[in-house]
Design a protein around this ligand. Structure first.
Ligand code: FMN
Length: 172
């Protein structure tokens, strides 16, 4: 059996991705994140790994809060726009046309077009190689009624590997 070197990330695919919103007013931003997972059930907690140089990391390190929004696959175009541009250069809400609605517990926005949301407060920030891992408690999770009642299934957005994501800004 001949084992050959590989890109380790390939074996985490397919991965779901999420749209994380952070900041407010002139600093409001949206970042697609695949490196996001539950890390405690009681209390509910999540961990998200975000590039050290991403504008979103800078915002979250200041505000200690963010929202995980769950996009359906019909938002793929907006997901990729947000993943290939930085909030330092563009207003992603304006450019994508996504609708900001006020969050309940954190000083940021949720994305109206996403059917599920988790409002989070950061408890720990851990440094890894090129990322910060934000470990956060979920203050409230809520979803559109149609989704909760199972009236329609959410067609989850699945990340593509590897060229589209890893060929771009993700490698920063
Ligand atoms: C589908 C997809 C998934 C991504 N997942 C992550 C991720 O988990 N962590 C990360 O740091 N960047 C991820 N990125 C790249 C960031 O979204 C990208 O660097 C973005 O431009 C950063 O924006 P900001 O500077 O406004 O924060 C992903 C991009 C795409 C398109």
């Amino acid at each position: 059996m001949n084992k050959i070197p590989t890109e380790y990330l390939k074996y985490f695919w397919p991965m779901r991705h999420f749209l994380i919103t952070c900041g407010r007013e002139e600093r409001a931003n949206i970042i697609p994140v695949s490196f996001c997972m539950p890390v405690s059930k009681n209390p509910p907690m999540v961990a998200c790994a975000i590039g050290k140089t991403a504008h979103s990391s800078e915002i979250i390190r200041k505000t200690h809060e963010f929202v995980v929004n769950v996009p359906g696959q019909e938002l793929n175009r907006q997901v990729y726009y947000c993943g290939f541009h930085s909030g330092r250069d563009v207003d992603k809400f304006k450019e994508t046309g996504l609708t900001p609605l006020p969050a309940h517990h954190v000083d940021s926005w949720i994305i109206a077009e996403c059917p599920a949301h988790m409002e989070c407060r950061v408890e720990h920030c851990i440094e890894t190689g090129d990322k910060y891992i934000f470990v956060a408690v979920v203050l409230e999770a809520y979803a559109d009624e149609w989704l909760e009642k199972g009236e329609r299934a959410l067609e989850y957005a699945i990340g593509e590997f590897p060229e589209k994501v890893y060929g771009g800004r993700f490698e920063r």
